[in-house]
Design a protein around this ligand. Structure first.
Ligand code: C2O
Length: 564
């Protein structure tokens, strides 16, 4: 039937009108969303200092990737700076497509100065808040931004629709060049200087000198509700976040819906994201949002508070905001209780498919140590290890080596458990010289189910570690303080609605058990998301083999994949 007559015209107009009103929707077509990322140096001034920093498109934080579930995304990254670099899309699963994952020397060679690479990937089966960041050296200190994945058209959130949403990226600021800070630390064999300030959307807020104009603010209207997409982009600090006078209702973490619960403060580790609803139902005024470090081990940290402002419409800027009460910096109980409250939504539409039967049981100890370094300050260099293996970055990317079968780049004999069990959290444990170093990874059969227990140790010191696995979400089935007890602890696992995420805290002097199904073939990095510890070798990778099925093997690499 052709559509030529006047009536036809009218009905066409009607369809357009109804679509405009949102009363009818057309079948969702996967859109291609294209972005250009120019990595370039920009002069930025904070805390009375101006300095050149590495940015994307001159922005700090960088641009938000704003997509819908089901979209295909193409980000052309052009490197205009002196560092070779790569970008990681933290939390995107990149099914069969590790080529777009981004960790330098794991899934790709870095993009060299003057070159470009297009990250081309589908956003499948995920919706919520994630983020992107540089994945080499300490460049992610300034090279990061949000990823917002809206649900498919016509699919509402499983919570009341907010009036508006805001992205809140928590980070750090160094007055000195971050790469110099990192290099200096490595040369001395000691932790590098800690940050000079925390930031909220790149701004420290008015509690710092010269910072009044560097304050992020949001405006709200009395009676409305707002969604905050909070991201911890800090290199080295786990953070508390709260808003004076306002409760936060947690509804999602790491782009997975949770059972909503209300809290005064959230705890968020580097790499993690947390979506909260906030009701603007208090006396109209100005309220500080604040963020400060959580550290419950005897380790010095940047404990300065960054602030931003939540301001009710119509309230003048002259009104002084009040500060929220954040938990004490070393409040372990808050941390344990908060993490206990996180549970998967586990609804019919968003089920928690927890693996109930485990094919592979892995047990990795987290240790700090010292190796001999004649040129370092103390004659030793600090390093970190899993099962006493400190990971050495290869010269060829692991994914290429795996895909093209290049020998000699890595070994697949990563120890499944410590060679000699010991009292992991007993005191005191001196880290002996002699942590082994190597590019060793674990090998996992396609579609097998894995349980990994990460056990903190008291080698040198206990400390909490946010662990991130690339290519997957996992379920956090159990956690506890002290040594993991393989006889008793698994009987207490939550196999019904454990939180599902991509980055999880291993508590100070404790353990965390995660489960996942290895259904994504490729080479997937796993590391502590404290950049300090990653740099010290607290990392490894899993080689997940191809499956038999046609769509169960690694896709061929893109033509413009960078070479080393
Ligand atoms: Cu957000 Cu391998 O990192």
């Amino acid at each position: 039937m052709s559509c030529l007559g006047f009536h036809c015209h009218k009905s066409l107009l009607m369809i357009i009108f109804l679509a405009f009103l949102g009363l009818i929707s057309f079948p969702a077509e996967a859109a291609i969303k294209k972005y250009q990322f120019d990595v370039q140096v920009k002069n930025v001034s904070r805390l009375c200092h101006a300095k050149p920093i590495v940015t994307v498109n001159g922005r700090f934080p960088g641009p938000t990737i704003y997509v819908r579930e089901g979209d295909r995304v193409q980000v052309n990254v052009t490197n205009h700076v002196k560092y070779n670099l790569s970008i990681h899309w933290h939390g995107l699963k990149q099914y069969r497509n590790g080529w777009a994952d981004g960790p330098a020397y794991i899934t790709q060679c870095p993009i060299q100065s003057g070159n470009s690479y297009t990250y081309d990937f589908n956003v499948t089966g995920q919706r919520g808040t994630l983020w992107w960041h540089a994945h080499i050296l300490w460049l992610r200190a300034t090279v990061y931004g949000a990823i917002v994945i809206l649900p498919k058209p016509g699919t509402p959130f499983p919570f009341p629709q907010p009036a508006r949403e805001f992205e809140i990226l928590l980070g750090e600021w160094w007055n000195n060049d971050v790469e110099e800070v990192e290099k200096q630390g490595f040369k001395m064999g000691l932790p590098p200087n800690m940050s000079d300030a925390h930031t909220i959307n790149g701004k420290p807020g008015p509690l710092f000198p010269c910072s009044e104009k560097h304050t992020y603010a949001i405006e709200v209207e009395q009676g409305k509700s707002y969604l905050l997409r909070i991201i911890n982009a800090a290199l080295n600090d786990e953070l508390f976040f709260a808003i004076a006078g306002h409760n936060l209702t947690v509804v999602e973490v790491d782009a997975v819906y949770t059972k909503p619960f209300t809290t005064q403060s959230i705890l968020i580790g580097p790499g993690q994201t947390t979506n909260v609803l906030v009701q603007a139902n208090k006396v109209p005024g100005r309220y500080f949002m604040a963020t400060r470090t959580f550290m419950d081990a005897p380790i010095p940290v940047d404990n300065k508070t960054a602030t931003a402002i939540l301001q009710y419409k119509g309230i003048p800027n002259t009104v002084l905001p009040s500060l929220p009460q954040l938990p004490a910096g070393n409040n372990s109980d808050f941390a344990l209780n908060y993490n206990k409250k996180l549970k998967s939504l586990n609804s019919a539409k968003y089920p928690a498919n927890v693996p109930l039967k485990v094919d592979r049981n892995l047990f990795y100890t987290i240790g700090l140590g010292k190796n001999s370094c004649p040129t370092c300050v103390n004659g030793t260099r600090l390093l970190a290890s899993l099962n006493n293996v400190s990971f050495v970055m290869p010269q060829t990317a692991l994914l290429q080596a795996h895909y093209f079968n290049i020998k000699g780049v890595f070994r697949t004999d990563f120890p499944e458990r410590p060679s000699t069990p010991f009292n992991y959290t007993g005191v005191p444990l001196t880290a002996n010289l002699g942590t082994s170093t190597g590019t060793r990874v674990g090998k996992i059969a396609f579609n097998s189910t894995v349980e990994l227990v990460l056990q903190d140790t008291n080698l040198l010191t206990v400390e909490s570690h946010p662990f991130h696995l690339h290519g997957y979400n996992f379920f956090v089935v159990g956690t506890g303080v002290g040594n993991f007890d393989p006889a008793k602890d698994p009987t207490k696992y939550n196999l019904v609605d454990p939180v599902e995420r991509n980055t999880v805290g291993v508590p100070t002097g404790g353990w965390t058990a995660i489960r996942f199904r290895a259904d994504n073939p490729g080479v997937w990095f796993m590391h502590c998301h404290l950049e300090l510890h990653t740099g010290w070798g607290l990392k490894t990778a899993f080689v997940v083999e191809d499956g038999e099925g046609e769509d169960q093997s690694i896709l061929p690499p893109p033509k413009d994949l960078p070479t080393c």
